[in-house]
Design a protein around this ligand. Structure first.
Ligand SMILES: [Zn+2]
Length: 76
């Protein structure tokens, strides 16, 4: 997967979601992608992101509610 030299500002929207087939995905649906981040030897964090770009929790509008609900459901 490309990304080690990524210099953009939105890795998840630009790289992770479009290349989800190349990730160690734990969960995927129409709104959410969850995958293992094999960044270190000792820890394997889980990343959970909305598939649709949401700039910030501080900028959400009512139309974002399905994405946010799906995100929290996936985390649970
Ligand atoms: Zn994004």
């Amino acid at each position: 997967m490309p990304g080690w030299n990524y210099a953009g500002s939105d890795f998840f929207s630009d790289i992770a979601v479009p290349h989800a087939d190349e990730l160690d995905a734990l969960y995927r649906d129409e709104h959410v992608l969850a995958y293992h981040l094999h960044a270190t030897i000792l820890l394997t964090p889980t990343v959970v992101v909305p598939k649709r770009h949401l700039a910030s929790l501080a900028c959400l509008v009512i139309e974002d509610e399905p994405d946010l609900r799906a995100l929290f459901a996936a985390v649970q």
